[in-house]
Design a protein around this ligand. Structure first.
Ligand SMILES: *Cc1c(COP(=O)(O)O)cnc(C)c1O
Length: 472
């Protein structure tokens, strides 16, 4: 068998449909579509950068799924029970017990969001010259690694970088690449191996249980620690259940427990699968490491039992961990994202296949082949989608990738994408059908879309603050 065939041998071809949402709506928030002229003026004021738009000028906001979910009635009632004691709050103990119950880790440190968890863990574990192999590290993770003059090495399987290949676990770690990196590096320079589930930078693509187990066995044989960047651990577990042979009859929570049983710890951005607007934590197995992290936690985040969060936020997070790991909810969410992606695909719009768990990625290189990557086709497409329909997506392409610090040249990435991230429990199929129709209209008149150039380019993190003008 070739590598690809053997990777395919554990695939379950399990059809799934979204069905109705397993909730009804108790409170609504008005949104309004300003007219085309007003959108043109707003986008011009924003310098053709959608980060600069006031969000009340956006009709449907698909900028991110981070912290944008709708909390449930249970979560709002939890907030009333939040205890604001500086030390020893019962809300902390409730969170600790939820994390023990769902993930199986005995030690936890709350933090104000995911990158704060990274900051604390990396301050404790990473030294200059270290190497952290993984599957497409998330931007903040990579930035925190590089801040400490260490290196993040991407060992994702090659299938991930083929936008049309319909492969079920495109987020997997390539064991051969991992073995090569470890073989070339002194093990004392590898503080941990990191698996991100789902693989956000790789398109929200899942990692299989077999792959996590194999990476864990390899790490154990080398005496290396394995950590999980757990932002979308529940969506990943749902994909394991529905795509991996032998997993189809298991409970989602059982799969989650098994996934984390292979790891020494995890960092979590609770703004994703725990469906809160702000929050995060570190979960650990080893008491000594917990002690070591505690000092940084107190320094950066606050006392150990609140870590940058209010008691009410801690309480809502504990409740959200249970809700975010319910199968009916996950089936509805992931099925909805999939149906949106399939509708675009069937209309001929080029997207990354198969759809990931939290977002649909439109392939701007194939959508706008007449625009050179130096004229930012994905940024141009996000501007056009806003003008067309008041919808906000985000560029994941040449602008985001910055310039090469050595040559000063743009670094056009292999994939030039417009990401449409779907907030949890916020938009209905009608909203997504409206977005789809707008993209199909753009696709029909794609030849009329022009490229962009900078009118202002800041030195660092230009994605957030750059301004553009159309190239005539
Ligand atoms: C969002 C995210 C983070 C960072 O979390 P924040 O809460 O935004 O600080 C880290 N890793 C992954 C995979 C993420 O999606």
């Amino acid at each position: 068998m070739t590598n690809i065939e053997s990777r395919h041998s554990n695939i379950l071809d399990h059809p799934y449909s979204s069905g109705p949402e397993p909730f009804k709506i108790k409170m609504v928030e008005s949104i309004q579509l300003i007219n085309r002229e007003e959108r043109e003026a707003a986008l011009k004021r924003a310098g053709l950068n959608l980060f600069n738009l006031p969000s009340d000028h956006v009709f449907i906001d698909l900028l991110t799924d981070s912290g944008t979910g709708a909390m449930s009635d249970e979560q709002w009632s939890s907030m009333m029970k939040g205890d604001e004691s500086y030390a020893g709050s019962p809300s902390f103990f409730r969170l600790q017990s939820a994390i023990q119950d769902i993930m199986g880790f005995p030690f936890i440190l709350p933090t104000h969001q995911g990158r704060a968890a990274e900051n604390v863990l990396h301050s404790t574990m990473i030294k200059e010259g270290d190497v952290i192999p993984g599957n497409s590290h998330f931007d903040t993770t990579k930035a925190h690694i590089e801040l400490r003059h260490a290196k993040a090495v991407d060992c994702t399987i090659d299938e991930c970088f083929d936008p049309v290949l319909d492969y079920p676990f495109k987020g997997n770690v390539d064991i051969d690449k991992l073995k090569k990196v470890v073989g070339e590096t002194d093990n004392s320079k590898i503080p941990f191996v990191l698996i991100t589930v789902t693989n956000n930078s790789g398109g929200g693509q899942p990692v299989s249980l077999a792959n996590i187990r194999e990476v864990s066995e390899f790490c154990k044989s080398e005496g290396l620690q394995l950590f999980i960047d757990a932002a979308r651990f529940a969506e990943n577990a749902w994909f394991i259940k529905h795509r991996e042979v032998g997993q189809e009859n298991r409970d989602i929570r059982e799969i989650i427990r098994e996934v984390f049983s292979y790891a020494d710890g995890a960092t979590m951005s609770a703004k994703k699968d725990a469906i809160v607007n702000m929050g995060g934590f570190i979960a650990l197995r080893d008491e000594k490491l917990y002690e070591d992290c505690s000092s940084y936690s107190i320094l950066f985040e606050g006392y150990l039992t609140y870590g940058g969060m209010t008691g009410r936020d801690v309480e809502a997070l504990a409740t959200g961990l249970y809700e975010g790991t319910e199968e009916d909810y996950l089936t509805s969410r992931i099925g909805r994202v999939r149906a949106f992606g399939d509708a675009l695909h069937e209309a001929g719009v080029p997207t990354i296949r198969p759809p990931g768990g939290h977002a649909i990625y439109v392939d701007a290189k194939r959508f706008l082949p007449h625009i050179d990557q130096e004229q930012f086709p994905a940024q141009a497409l996000t501007c056009e989608l806003y003008l067309e329909a008041g919808v906000r997506g985000v560029e994941i392409g040449t602008v985001l990738n910055d310039r090469d610090p050595e040559t000063g040249k743009n670094r056009p990435p292999a994939l030039e994408l417009m990401r449409l991230a779907i907030p949890r429990r916020v938009y209905t199929d009608n909203h997504l059908a409206y977005v789809k129709d707008a993209i199909v209209r753009l696709y029909e008149r794609r030849d009329s879309i022009k490229g962009l150039r900078f009118s202002y380019e800041p030195g660092v993190l230009r994605h957030f603050r750059a301004r553009f003008e159309w190239v005539e």
